[in-house]
Write a protein that binds this ligand. Structure first.
Ligand SMILES: [Zn+2]
Length: 425
C-alpha cells in the first residue's frame, strides 16, 4: 500500500511536501515526491489529503512506574498513551520502585517490556538507590542495551562522581542525563521564587539551583571532552549558558518539556489553591521571560529534544497542599498536540520541530538508522496529524490524572499512528 499526503515530511529537504511512500516488511521504501502519477498509481493509495505525516516522536524522559507502582501506571497503559500521543520510542528513568540500579532490575525491565510495540529503553541509575553516594556497576550496566545513565529526580552533587561518570559514559558512547538541581539552594522546588510566589505567600525556589549546576557540568564536560545531556531545562540563564557553551564547542544536548514551554508561574494566580499542586514540577515552572528564552533556545537548536517528563502520581500524593504535594505531571497521551501548541506559540520551523521531536533524540540513542525520520529503509513509524483538529484533553488512558491540562481544549490531533507498518491508533 502507498501512503500519500500533500504534507509529507521530506527529510532531504527538511520540510513538508506533497509525496508518498510504500511500506515493505515494516519499513519505509519507494518515496515519490509530487502528485501521484504512473509509477505510484500502480498500487492502492491511502490518501491523507493535506493532513501532516511526520516521523513518530522519540521521548528521552519518561517515568514509566509499573513494578511496585503499577497503580499509577503500567507499561501497557503507558504504551496505550504513546499510541495516541504519537511516541514510538522512549527512554525511561531509573526511579521506578524498586530502582533500576542493578543488572537484575534491568533484566526485569527488559523482560517486562520486550513484547511491547513501543520501544522502551531504560536509563540505569548512576548511584545505588539514586542516593548520590555509591556508584552502581557502570561498566557492567553500560554493556546492556540501555539509553545510558541517569539519577533523574536527584542531582549528582559530588563533583568527583560527576567527572567519573562523564568519563565512563563517554567510553561507552551512552547518554548521561542530568537532573540539575542544587538541593542546598532549591528549597525543595515548591514554586519558583517570583512576585507570584511572594503574593501567594509561599517560600520560593530560585532558578540559581538549576543554572549553577548547568554551569558546573558544562565546564566538566568541556574538561573531560564528553557529551552531556540536560533533562528538562527551565530557566533563561541555563539557555544562555548553553549558547556560550556551543560557541566554545562543548558537546551537549538538552530537553524542553511541554509544561515549561506552555505554563508560567503567573498561572498559579488564576487557579484556586486546591489546584496549585497540579502545577508543581521539578524544576519549577518559571516566569514568562524564562519561557520566551526556552522558545528561543528551541529555535536556535540549543534545546534540541522535545521530552515529556511524563510523571504519574496518585491523587493521594498529588492532591495536597502545595508544599506537601509530589512533583510531576502526565502528558504522554497528548505529546504531539501539546508540542504542536508549543510549535505555534514559539513559531518553530518545520525543520527544527521534527529535529527536536524525533531526529535528534533518535540520534542520541544511537538509533538514527532505525527510527526518528521518514527515509528509505527506516522502520515505518509515523503519525498522521491534523493541525487544525480541535479536541478536549482527557487523560483516560493513564492510571493517573495529575495534569493541569486536563479538560483544556487544544488545537491539533493525532489522526493515525503507525508503528512498524501497522496502525496502532
Ligand atoms: Zn528530573
Amino acid at each position: 500500500m502507498r501512503i500519500y499526503s500533500k504534507n509529507l515530511w521530506n527529510s532531504a529537504r527538511s520540510q513538508f511536501a506533497e509525496g508518498s511512500f510504500e511500506i515493505r516488511g515494516g519499513r519505509l521504501t519507494q518515496f515519490l515526491w509530487g502528485a501521484p502519477s504512473g509509477k505510484g498509481a500502480k498500487s492502492k493509495i491511502k490518501d491523507f489529503g493535506d493532513l501532516m505525516i511526520l516521523p513518530s516522536a522519540v521521548d528521552l524522559h519518561v517515568h514509566s512506574r509499573d513494578f511496585d507502582e503499577s497503580h499509577k501506571e503500567t507499561f501497557e497503559s503507558l504504551q496505550s498513551q504513546a499510541f495516541q500521543g504519537g511516541v514510538a520510542v522512549m527512554a525511561c528513568m531509573a526511579n521506578t520502585m524498586p530502582r533500576l540500579d542493578s543488572l537484575e532490575r534491568l533484566k526485569d525491565f527488559f523482560k517486562r517490556t520486550q513484547k511491547l510495540k513501543v520501544r522502551l529503553l531504560p536509563f540505569a541509575a548512576v548511584t545505588k538507590n539514586l542516593e548520590g553516594i555509591d556508584a552502581t556497576d557502570w561498566d557492567k550496566l553500560l554493556k546492556l542495551p540501555i539509553a545510558g545513565l541517569s539519577d533523574d529526580g536527584k542531582p549528582i552533587l559530588n563533583e568527583d562522581m560527576m567527572r567519573s561518570v562523564l568519563k565512563v559514559t563517554k567510553k561507552f558512547k551512552k547518554l548521561l542525563s542530568l537532573h540539575e538541581e542544587d538541593l542546598r539552594i532549591s528549597k525543595a522546588s515548591v514554586i519558583h521564587l517570583s512576585a507570584s510566589s511572594l503574593r501567594l505567600g509561599i517560600d520560593g525556589s530560585p532558578e540559581d539551583s538549576e543554572w549553577t549546576m548547568v554551569e558546573r557540568d558544562l565546564a566538566l564536560a568541556h574538561e573531560v571532552k564528553a557529551h552531556v545531556h540536560f533533562g528538562h531545562l527551565s530557566s533563561a540563564q541555563s539557555v544562555e549558558l548553553l549558547r556560550r557553551a556551543r560557541k566554545k564547542g562543548v558537546s551537549f544536548s538538552a530537553e524542553l518539556t511541554p509544561h515549561h514551554a506552555l505554563l508560567t508561574v503567573e498561572d498559579y494566580e488564576s487557579l484556586s489553591p486546591t489546584l496549585w499542586s497540579k502545577m508543581k514540577v521539578c524544576p519549577c515552572i518559571r516566569v514568562s521571560t524564562d519561557r520566551s528564552s526556552l522558545w528561543r533556545g528551541l529555535n536556535e537548536g540549543l534545546l534540541d529534544c522535545l521530552a515529556s517528563d511524563h510523571a504519574p502520581h496518585t491523587s493521594f500524593e498529588k492532591d495536597r497542599p502545595l508544599v506537601e504535594a509530589a512533583h510531576g505531571m502526565i502528558s504522554m497521551q497528548y505529546h504531539l498536540p501539546l508540542y504542536h501548541e508549543v510549535r505555534s506559540r514559539a513559531k518553530v520551523s518545520a525543520a527544527q520541530f521534527v529535529r527536536a521531536l524525533s531526529q535528534r533524540p533518535a540520534q542520541l540513542l544511537g538509533l538514527q538508522n532505525e527510527v526518528g525520520d521518514l527515509k528509505e529503509g527506516l522502520k515505518a513509524h509515523f503519525v498522521v496529524f491534523d493541525p487544525k483538529g480541535e479536541q478536549t484533553i482527557h487523560f483516560d488512558r493513564s492510571r493517573s490524572k495529575n495534569s493541569p491540562f486536563e479538560g483544556k481544549s487544544i488545537k491539533g490531533r493525532v489522526v493515525e499512528h503507525w508503528i512498524e507498518g501497522g496502525r496502532v491508533f
